[in-house]
Design a protein around this ligand. Structure first.
Ligand code: B12
Length: 329
């Protein structure tokens, strides 16, 4: 979420807009010429200044682009239409191949549960929020808690923030709270033993500050009985490979948020693939529909956390098959 102070009434500089929306300066200038949006004002030195409402519209545009829509389709779209497209009930424009990456496609809890959690967050009732999350965890168990509560809650938090309905500090509160709940659940889970496989090493790459996806992935891998080692956020490539070697990891699982540039994600994954031993599998959770469609050679791209159980099952089946081929007749 943005930590940048809204510099209204003068407007946002192009660098501030780039930082907040992750839309490059060159792209912003090209859109201005090609689509007539955004239409920044100019300061006395002729530098671009973007009014806050245009920045908000750009945030929505970026979300739809990440969900797989094309710039030609969304950049000139009026705000009401952008909101309609982002509305869980109004998915008409998001094509089905893009759906796995669209925020709207996250497994949904009863929306009443999420509404209750959001109301507790908005009223800063942290004890109530902690209690409700704890209770949901007990009721559903860890895996369903992750996919049916934590994920939809974060999606709603992100959407509310980008609609200007939630403050940044409120989003931070929610993230911290979820992190506490997930860590304590993982802490009381039965420890893996030497026979637990695959051995999974989890991290994000440098520059990625979103670590909750990683924690949620760890929870799902643990429920599947995998051996997990979570290095946390931003491990340099060299150290990741060193850790994989010393830990005898069989899978490196990475998490990427929508705040990344998909081309850079692809480059980093290819570089990691190039440096990693062939037997070490690389699984990457990415929220970019175009990248998921395109694929990345030698890397398993996963668009949803709930694909983890099937991926683990396939890994185990492939291992069993390889072992049976290795058996002498
Ligand atoms: C919490 C949060 C933060 C917190 C993170 C706290 C923490 N401890 O993690 C903080 C405050 C640090 C933060 C910072 C920023 N954030 Co933020 N953040 C969020 C929020 C609300 C939730 C992120 C999250 O954890 N989602 C849960 C994960 C699991 O979902 P996901 O990332 O979409 O992952 C999907 C797949 O990729 C896959 N997956 C992910 N990981 C893995 C791993 C495996 C193994 C597998 C199989 C699958 C998988 O599963 C998910 C779907 O099921 C999102 C909103 C949202 N809808 O996600 C914004 C969001 C990601 N943030 C956003 C932005 C812009 C930022 C900042 C750039 C703001 C700024 N200007 O500083 C910075 C980026 C810092 C950086 N360099 O990375 C934008 C990105 C939009 C964009 N297209 O650019 C979002 C989408 C908010 C929005 N505008 O709607 N953020």
């Amino acid at each position: 979420m943005s930590d940048i102070e809204d510099p209204a009434p003068t407007g946002w500089t192009i660098s501030a807009v780039e930082r907040d929306t992750r839309i490059g300066k060159d792209t912003l200038r090209v859109w201005e010429r090609r689509y007539g949006f955004p239409q920044p004002h100019r300061d006395p030195h002729g530098e671009r200044l973007y009014p806050p409402e245009q920045v908000e519209r750009l945030r929505h545009i970026k979300r739809l682009l990440d969900a797989g829509l094309r710039p030609g389709r969304v950049v000139a779209m009026p705000m009401e239409e952008l909101l309609r497209q982002a509305d869980p009930g109004g998915q008409a424009g998001v094509d089905s191949a893009a759906a796995p990456a669209a925020r709207e496609s996250a497994p949904r809890a009863a929306s009443a549960d999420i509404d209750t959690l959001m109301a507790l967050l908005r009223s800063h009732d942290l004890r109530g929020l902690r209690r409700s999350l704890g209770q949901a965890l007990l009721q559903r168990g860890l895996a369903r808690f992750v996919t049916e509560m934590a994920l939809p809650l974060l999606v709603e938090v992100g959407a509310s923030w980008s609609r200007g309905q939630l403050e940044i500090f409120e989003e931070h509160l929610c993230s911290e709270m979820l992190e506490t709940v997930l860590r304590s659940a993982l802490g009381s889970a039965p420890p893996a033993d030497t026979t637990s496989r695959p051995r999974v090493l989890l991290s994000t790459l440098p520059g990625e500050q979103h670590g909750l996806g990683l924690l949620m992935a760890e929870a799902l891998f643990s429920v599947e009985g995998c051996h997990c080692m979570n290095l946390g956020r931003q491990t340099p490539l060299r150290d990741l490979l060193l850790a994989a070697r010393t830990q005898r990891s069989e899978v490196i699982a990475l998490s990427f948020s929508a705040a990344n540039n998909p081309n850079q994600v692809l480059d980093s994954l290819l570089e990691l693939r190039r440096q990693a031993p062939a037997a070490l599998e690389i699984w990457a959770g990415v929220p970019f529909a175009p990248l998921l469609r395109r694929g990345c050679e030698g890397v398993r791209l996963l668009g949803q956390l709930d694909e983890i159980p099937a991926a683990v099952r396939q890994w185990r089946e492939a291992g069993a098959e390889a072992r049976s081929h290795a058996q002498p007749d």
